[in-house]
Design a protein around this ligand. Structure first.
Ligand SMILES: [Zn+2]
Length: 334
């Protein structure tokens, strides 16, 4: 190949990469979201379906979503972000899907490709979100970007020089299960004790507030009121209203988030943590930065950045779509 050919193929690559669109699907425990993605953003409405129970029904819902968007858009592929540990080569969930019973072991990629004749990429949802954030933020050149999704649980995606790091057994980033205490006080949904997500997720914040409120009278805290249903929203609101117990629960929650970030910071020495997921909206970033700086070696934290998500809830869909688009471009290139 001479240099002119090289230039042409690079130009073609960049045109293909920027103009092709793919369907991004985010499969969570309660809902399936899908939208068409092009140029690092959603270019269609987002369509949502409740997540049905059982693998066959989930596959049927995914096919329904693909059919819907295929009618109006030329799709180069389908990217699926799903909860659970995913073998990204075979497109199969290989472990840990407590929220999606029966999903483990389903050959998702093979089934959907066979039914639609479209290229399909299946990825762990936190990995997909990290990849989406990285692409949208033009962070591919950075050494290490870590996206931490704070929701009902905690998911982590690690991107090294623009590529997802998936580990030796596809389970890299299962950091929600890092042990952050030796007290055996909180049992995690995974069956282990004192996992990071048993403290720093939405479920963890609720458990912290419940422990603090136990035995208190309603005049001592809004959260102790019998009519007050403890969830993350009411805790955040009570803290905003100046409730001392709620404020202490929020401070402790930030300490818990910090604990896991400090482990990751010392292990990976990342350029940046991006905090995503529904709960990222109530994170006090100046406070979190201060806590992490206080508990991390200065060499590690000097230039370490901690930022909120760029893409918000669309990160999983956008990341999954870009993973399939990149694989299509790679195939054309060979
Ligand atoms: Zn766990």
């Amino acid at each position: 190949m001479n240099s002119t050919d090289g230039l042409c193929s690079r130009d073609l690559d960049s045109v293909i990469k920027t103009k092709m669109s793919a369907l991004g699907i985010d499969l969570g425990g309660t809902k399936l979201s899908a939208a068409v993605v092009c140029e690092h953003k959603l270019v269609s409405e987002t369509r949502q379906l409740p997540t049905p129970s059982g693998a066959q029904n989930i596959i049927a819902s995914i096919l329904e979503l693909i059919d819907h968007f295929r009618g109006e858009h030329l799709l180069a592929g389908v990217g699926i972000a799903t909860a659970g540990i995913v073998n990204a080569q075979t497109g199969e969930v290989v472990g840990s899907t407590g929220n999606l019973p029966g999903w483990e072991g389903t050959p998702i990629k093979t089934i959907i490709e066979g039914r639609t004749m479209l290229p399909v990429h299946v990825e762990n949802d936190a990995n997909a979100a990290a990849y989406g954030e990285c692409r949208a933020g033009h962070l591919e050149g950075k050494e290490c970007i870590v996206a931490v999704t704070l929701g009902t649980g905690i998911g982590v995606g690690i991107v090294l020089k623009g590529q997802l790091y998936r580990g030796a057994h596809w389970a890299a980033g299962e950091c929600g299960h890092i042990r952050i205490s030796m007290d055996n006080r909180r049992l995690c949904t995974c069956g282990l004790w004192d996992c990071w997500e048993a403290y720093a997720s939405g479920r963890g914040l609720k458990a912290t507030a419940e422990e603090m409120v136990a035995g208190l009278r309603p005049d001592q805290s809004q959260l102790a009121h019998a009519a007050c249903e403890l969830d993350t929203r009411t805790i955040v609101q009570a803290a905003k209203n100046g409730d001392t117990v709620a404020k202490r629960a929020m401070l402790l929650w930030h300490e818990h988030i910090c604990n896991g970030l400090v482990c990751l910071a010392h292990t990976l020495d990342p350029d940046c943590f991006l905090v995503t997921g529904g709960l990222s909206q109530v994170v006090d970033f100046p406070l979190l930065r201060e806590l992490v700086a206080d508990r991390t070696l200065s060499r590690v934290c000097e230039k370490l950045e901690i930022h909120p998500s760029i893409l918000g809830e669309a990160a999983g869909m956008i990341g999954a779509a870009y993973l399939v688009l990149d694989s299509v471009v790679e195939r054309i290139g060979h």
